[in-house]
Design a protein around this ligand. Structure first.
Ligand code: F0G
Length: 469
């Protein structure tokens, strides 16, 4: 028998709290910053801080697990969403307001056997958030924040983006009958992502600056115009994104992994996943905390430097540069939230080079999974954490892959053609990539030419099975 808990009984009452001065509010201003100190808000649920409080409200952890499981067979739109299925842990929309959903979440957890042996761990899994409707993890946060934008009566939503937030926002805005304004750095996002926001009807502006410059301009626009900000400073985004961790734990039968590894850009996603871990532990949904580690690209490593050089006491913004354009961010908004998660879970922050990212991306591809460059920092970082001894070979590790391999096909093609680092300072170091490169072959349209190619493959790798006796 499934528990039959009516939605009203399980509805959480959520409020906003400033992460710096603790100021509590029920509504935030246009910029989602605390009016007292200017820091970020987070959503909190005064009613269910501890497992005991939850029990008193009639919600045992086992009830919740069964309820969420039972919704998998429901056809209600909110139940078919892999985000709203967990709505007991989300802020509640007012009666009559339905979520804007594209059936986000519900993403697969894959084994990565080749990558496991390369990294030096017995088993390795990847939660592939690139398998969301617009092919990145952003959809899980966009469904919640866009739904709140519509509830508040906004006609326009906006974001600054390195490409994935904008693609996702544009899709959810148009589904919710809102207009959307996208600010992206000109020439510094992948064509795939740009084409998505065009197709979903966003007003797409390529600004002659970087991501951090776009954030600055947008900040002023939202102060002057009735436009709802959908960057991850919006705490409702992070509430949706945290469900990736809840769904992951459900997939693992509520046995926490030892490590979760997340790419770090603006640091919203690591904060969101970490928040879910702390809440699940508080609610008695799992028994212990995994260590959450954040990996940045060397050319966009302000958080790594903050922790290593200043013990996380301050963060110095930098001019960011990396081919993993999704995380080309020099002034991450949510760094204080992410720092808290590292400290609470005992995770680490690492940096990886351009060549390490490219190699790891090809290795994830060779497991038949694939991802975009920014996601591959997780595997590159894991290799380092294993060498440093933070991750032991027999521990359970989950990588969060944030974007689909087709998000940035130009990177992949250049990699396999051997052009990715041509003429760059990394050209020499990139020689290690040769064994992973499989450029396309151009042949005469004859059977002989194709068979000759097969024979060449067999000579190069006699274990290929072509001429097995
Ligand atoms: N991976 C991908 C594929 C991303 O698109 C992003 C961020 C990140 C990782 C980093 O996540 O910012 O929460 O630390 N993309 C944003 C965007 C900034 O505009 O699409 P984060």
């Amino acid at each position: 028998m499934h528990p039959t808990i009516p939605d009203t009984q399980t509805t959480p009452v959520s409020r906003l709290r400033c992460i710096n001065c603790g100021n509590v509010a029920d509504h935030a201003g246009q910029d989602f910053r605390c009016p007292n100190c200017g820091d970020l808000f987070e959503v909190f649920y005064p009613g269910w801080k501890t497992a005991d409080a939850v029990k008193a409200a009639g919600l045992t952890a086992d009830d919740l697990k069964q309820l969420w499981q039972s919704r998998k067979t429901s056809r209600q739109p909110a139940d078919t969403s892999g985000v709203w299925r967990f709505r007991e842990l989300l802020p509640t929309l007012q009666p009559g307001n339905h979520p804007i959903t594209l059936r986000e979440g519900n993403t697969p957890l894959y084994d990565l056997p080749r990558c496991a042996s390369i990294a030096g761990v017995e088993t390795l899994q990847a939660k592939h958030q690139g398998m969301n409707p617009t092919a990145s993890f952003k959809d899980t946060g966009m469904t919640t924040a866009a739904s709140f934008a519509r509830q508040e009566g906004f006609r326009w939503v906006a974001c600054a983006s390195t490409g994935n937030t904008s693609a996702s926002m544009a899709a959810y805005a148009v589904r919710g009958k809102m207009r959307s304004l996208v600010l992206i750095p000109e020439g510094k996002i992948s064509w795939g992502k740009l084409s998505q926001s065009l197709d979903y009807g966003a007003v797409t502006c390529q600004l002659r600056t970087d991501f951090d410059g776009c954030v600055k301009v947008l900040g002023e626009v939202v102060r002057r115009m009735p436009v709802y900000l959908l960057n991850s400073v919006n705490p409702y985004r992070l509430e949706g994104q945290k469900t990736a961790a809840i769904e992951l734990l459900e997939q693992l039968a509520w046995q926490p992994p030892d490590h979760i590894i997340v790419p770090g850009g603006n640091l919203g996603n690591s904060s969101a996943i970490g928040k879910a871990l702390l809440e699940m532990k508080d609610l008695g949904l799992m028994s212990r905390l995994p260590k959450l580690s954040v990996i940045q690209a060397e050319g966009a490593n302000p958080f790594f430097r903050s922790v290593r050089e200043h013990g996380g006491k301050s963060l110095t913004p930098m001019q960011a540069d990396t081919l993993a354009t999704a995380i080309r961010i020099g002034n991450p908004a949510s760094w204080k939230k992410a720092l808290r998660i590292l400290q609470a879970t005992g995770g680490a922050v690492e940096q990886v080079s351009e060549v390490e990212i490219a190699l790891a991306k090809a290795e994830i591809g060779s497991d038949g999974v694939g991802c975009e460059p920014a996601s591959a920092v997780t595997l590159a970082g894991l290799k380092k954490l294993v060498k440093q001894g933070l991750v032991k070979s027999n521990e359970m590790v989950v990588l969060i892959l944030t974007g689909h391999v087709l998000k940035d096909p130009e990177f992949t093609l250049k990699f396999h053609r051997g052009d990715l680092f041509a003429g760059s300072p990394y050209e020499k170091e990139a020689a290690v990539l040769a064994p992973q490169q499989r450029g396309p072959l151009v042949l005469d349209a004859t059977v002989d030419a194709v068979i000759q190619t097969l024979n060449d493959c067999d000579r190069a790798d006699p274990t290929s099975g072509l001429h097995a006796s």
